[in-house]
Write a protein of this length. Sequence first.
Length: 149
Amino acid sequence: MALDIFGPSGVTVSGVGHSIGAATLIALAGGQMWLGPGHRVDISADARLSRLALLAPPTGFFQAQGALDTVRVPVLTWVGSEDNITPPSQIKWLAQVMPDPQNLDVRVTDGAGHFSFMDQIPPHVVEPLKDKQLFLREYSSEICNFVYG
């Protein structure tokens, strides 16, 4: 619905998403999202998406053979070294299975956790980064360069 509101037909759009939002963007870019054997999530690809910036993406939804074969847009993916929800191994796997690895830029931030990408973390979470504001400025700038570059 957001694409329909903000990205009228004929306009290209860059998607930026965190966690399950990042997984949804992969599906919208053509990935086949699965909840388990025989349980594919019915999300149609949207040709308006021209780039994806994925923050702490859970890639387990795309483990089926060929699930990422049609994802052809440039992707910047970022995860924290201390993320125990979507650990760096998930985006390293993504780098191995993407059809065009040159379209994938993988970043791992030392000391960052799953929620470090959020301005305000959930109340029960302790922020592992020492300088969160610096990290937010740096990664936001990098994403803007990717989206507009």
